[in-house]
Design a protein around this ligand. Structure first.
Ligand SMILES: [Zn+2]
Length: 249
């Protein structure tokens, strides 16, 4: 069921530090890809699990979207990327989906999981958040299956780029933003290559302006050029109030 694409040549059996779960290939490239690049640069093993291959998309085919997501994965410096090939645009939270995903979480053993925010325009997005959360819970149950060890991520954070909510925190992606754009434009079937530019494809310049505007807005909240917002359900703890980031005045 899972198409697993392993990019690191060695050590693929090591646990991931961070796993982002998303509905469609190209979602993380618009919402949390800068953070994933930044964490990879810090030495963490990062991965992405896309739940669908975009089979309902007007442009491209699942095969093309998967191939494009492999190119994007290299630009995001991912150690691992997989796709569960669930039905696009009609993603359902069923027990079999949750069991499959829980098994994958037990294999990958991420410490931190990034999910889409739990409300949004596209049902696949909020459903992916719900499926992800419930699968992380299931993954921690000892008696789920006999083959894999229980594992429960210690932290779940929600990517809230397109949710009209105040983020719990913002990650500075000023140095990663351009590479995140390159990762997004790896999806040529969706965003058109230079040779495909026509009225059918939104111009890359327009898309870049739009994403830069959103990232500038969140970056501005923490005093940097570009940022990615996240929401956590728990309170964030501060141990040293003299080391808090972002100036007050
Ligand atoms: Zn999407």
């Amino acid at each position: 069921m899972f198409q697993q694409l392993n990019y690191a040549s060695a050590g693929n059996d090591r646990p991931l530090d961070i796993l982002a779960i998303a509905a469609h290939p190209d979602d993380v490239e618009q919402t949390c890809g800068g953070t994933l690049i930044r964490m990879a640069e810090m030495g963490y093993r990062t991965g992405v699990l896309d739940l669908t291959a975009g089979d309902m998309g007007t442009r491209g085919t699942p095969e093309i979207r998967i191939r494009e997501s492999e190119t994007a994965a290299l630009k995001l410096q991912l150690a691992w990327r997989g796709n569960t090939h669930l039905p696009d645009a009609r993603l359902e939270n069923t027990i079999s989906v949750r069991m499959s995903l829980a098994g994958e979480i037990r294999n990958l053993r991420p410490r931190v999981v990034i999910l889409p925010y739990w409300e949004g325009r596209h049902p696949d997005h909020y459903r992916a958040g719900e499926i992800g959360y419930e699968s992380c819970f299931l993954a921690g149950l000892r008696k789920l299956d006999d083959e894999t060890e229980p594992h429960r991520p210690s932290k779940i954070i929600y990517s809230s780029m397109y949710a009209n909510v105040t983020p719990s925190f913002v990650v500075d992606i000023a140095s990663q933003f351009e590479r995140r754009m390159e990762a997004l434009f790896a999806y040529e079937s969706q965003y058109g290559g230079a040779e495909q530019a026509s009225d059918l494809f939104p111009q890359q310049g327009e898309i870049r302006d739009r994403l830069a505007g959103v990232a500038r807005f969140y970056g501005n909240l923490i005093g940097v050029k570009y940022g990615e917002p996240f929401v956590v359900k728990e309170m964030l703890r501060v141990d040293d109030i003299t080391a808090m980031g972002v100036r007050s005045l």
